[in-house]
Design a protein around this ligand. Structure first.
Ligand code: NAP
Length: 273
């Protein structure tokens, strides 16, 4: 029987994961099937069980099931435990192993693909949702000078500061608290890239030579990236590299083979214009 993998979410038809993993399998000579699986909103666990019963070996998990995937895991790895959310599952007998590769994918894209070292840098994350939660520890492991988190509802950012206090000292607040501060790496981990809303970022938030990184991908110049350009930022990127890098981590975890990400990133990149 062919080894079966899938991405599970709701909705799921937009997902690039079948294309990405299909390209990885082709390039590495791995024989597998990778499909998109839409679970009913109230049927995540049943859909996973049915996939396993039919010989499923692993799943990528996307919205809105990343927290439910954590709940069904028998063996959550450190990346999943620290994020409290899961984006990849591996089935081994009765065990359900769980990982969260989003943060590592982000760090790999920034450092390896974009060539920006995070060590000693001042890093700002806009947003305090699931993507930010998953990114905090992988970012902190690179030893930046500061990790600041700003969110529309400042209380949610303060909540992250409390949750991660044993591991990393975070600077948290609302956007108004950023006045007078500047950062070398500014990450937009809000969903505003999808809704075309702008963030109330104070002028001067981008330090000279800063990287402005939009986690949303495939949308061209989002309001955040336009704000960065208007402030004189030259280095801008969207999250296509993060998407492909987290997929590569999952592929290696499942198959024991590291795929080359560059051709896949090139294939999926939408110009930032
Ligand atoms: P989430 O948990 O739903 O969090 C959304 C965040 O956006 C919250 O902080 C929310 O602030 C903020 N927000 C929404 N609308 C806003 C507005 N109009 N003004 C200011 N802030 C606003 O989402 P998530 O899972 O963290 O994902 C965030 C984005 O990252 C998504 O759009 C997703 O596409 C992208 N992402 C990309 C990758 C990748 O591989 N490239 C991976 C993961 C996620 P409040 O708390 O105040 O509501």
């Amino acid at each position: 029987m062919i080894d079966r993998y899938a991405v599970i979410g709701h909705p799921i038809s937009h997902s690039k994961s079948p294309l990405i993993h299909g390209l990885f399998a082709q390039a590495t000579g791995q024989t597998l099937e990778y499909t998109a699986l839409e679970a009913p909103l109230d049927g995540f666990k049943a859909t996973v069980e049915s996939f396993r019963a039919q010989g499923g070996r692993g799943l990528n998990v996307t919205l809105p099931f990343k927290l439910q995937a954590f709940e069904i895991a028998t063996d959550p790895m450190a990346s999943a435990r620290l994020a409290g959310a899961v984006n990849a599952l591996k089935f081994e007998g009765d065990r359900i192993l769980a990982q969260n590769f989003d943060g590592l994918g982000l760090v790999n894209d920034i450092q390896r693909n974009l060539g920006v070292s995070l060590a000693g840098k001042r890093v700002l994350i806009c947003g305090a949702g699931g993507a930010t939660r998953g990114a905090i520890v992988p970012l902190a492991e690179q030893k930046p000078a500061v990790i600041a988190i700003a969110n529309r509802s400042a209380d949610k950012a303060h909540g992250l500061k409390a949750d991660f206090s044993a591991l990393v000292a975070l600077q948290t607040g609302g956007y108004e608290d950023l006045a007078g501060e500047s950062f070398d790496v500014v990450l937009n981990a809000t969903s505003t890239g999808l809704s075309q809303a702008a963030l109330p970022l104070p002028t001067g938030v981008f330090a000279p030579g800063a990287l402005a990184y939009e986690l949303v991908y495939g949308k061209g110049l989002t309001p955040f990236l336009k704000q960065a350009q208007a402030a004189g930022v030259i280095r801008i990127a969207d999250g296509v590299g993060m998407l492909v890098e987290q997929a590569a981590e999952a592929f290696e975890w499942w198959r024991g083979v590291r795929p080359d990400t560059q051709p896949v990133i090139a294939r999926l990149t939408v110009p930032l214009v």
